[in-house]
Design a protein around this ligand. Structure first.
Ligand SMILES: O=C[C@H](O)COP(=O)(O)O
Length: 249
């Protein structure tokens, strides 16, 4: 954790969730997030009904991706404005599954971050190295390249969150060591400082990749880890709330 930064516990439902799962979302909305802020990113198809299910709750809602344009001839895409209209306050951009499945480059991700801001959304910009890059000793150089490529220079602590997700840790049950996460997050903070100046000191840096109730206390106590981006364990209210409860107060 970083002193003075309110942690963010963010969930990402990915391509999961039907109307039958809205009850799970409502249960999360009724839960306690302590000193942390809670966010759950759901498929665009659920956003509007999720917004209704969470009426009166402090749990925020996010989209999982957006197009760079506000509207137009982009069949199947969803704009940041549409997400905001459906009740989102945040949107994930540059998740590794988007980068891999849809060939999104750093430039595309930066464009999406700007689109999020245009719509009044906070952009959660995801970065992280692959298994091959990790094994090749390239983790820090990959981050050094992804940060100025994906994070526009106009980013502020209010409009942007950066999520570090080693691709090889996503959905695998594997996590980097505490030392490796410490090194990566320290490096990310330093690179952001080069790009954004003092604003970087206030920016939330999330760790993502196999965060579970059983490892959340350790992961969330690491220097410069200001919250978590949680995939599989965000599908069940009991698990997601247990992770939130692990935030140091
Ligand atoms: O966006 C969330 C991440 O991809 C992490 O997913 P996971 O918690 O299932 O490993």
């Amino acid at each position: 954790m970083t002193p003075g930064i309110r942690p963010l516990i963010a969930g990402n439902w990915k391509m999961n969730g039907l109307s039958a799962d809205l009850g799970e979302l409502a249960a999360m909305g009724e839960g306690a997030f302590g000193g942390a802020e809670g966010l759950i990113c759901v498929p665009a198809t659920l956003l509007s009904r999720a917004s209704d299910a969470l009426a009166g709750s402090k749990l925020r809602l996010g989209g999982e991706d957006c197009h760079g344009a506000a509207s137009g001839a982009h069949t199947g895409d969803v704009s940041a404005e549409m997400l905001a209209d459906a009740g989102a306050s945040h949107v994930l951009v540059g998740h590794s599954e988007r980068r891999t499945d849809h060939g999104e480059s750093d430039a595309v991700v930066a464009d999406k971050a700007k689109a999020a801001w245009r719509a009044g959304l906070t952009a959660v910009i995801c970065i992280g190295e692959t298994k091959e890059e990790r094994e090749g000793g390239k983790t820090l150089s990959v981050l050094s390249s992804q940060i100025p490529g994906s994070v526009p220079a106009e980013a502020t602590a209010a409009n942007t969150v950066v999520a570090y997700e080693p691709v090889w840790a996503i959905g695998t049950g594997l996590t980097p060591t505490v030392e490796d996460i410490t090194e990566a997050h320290r490096h990310i903070r330093t690179e952001l400082k080069t790009l954004l100046g003092d604003e970087a000191d206030k920016m939330r840096l999330l760790y993502g990749g196999s965060v579970k109730p059983g490892n959340a206390t350790e992961l969330l106590s690491i220097e410069n880890v200001d919250g978590a981006l949680v995939g599989g364990a965000s599908l069940k209210a009991v698990d997601f709330l247990a992770i939130a409860a692990a935030c140091p107060s």
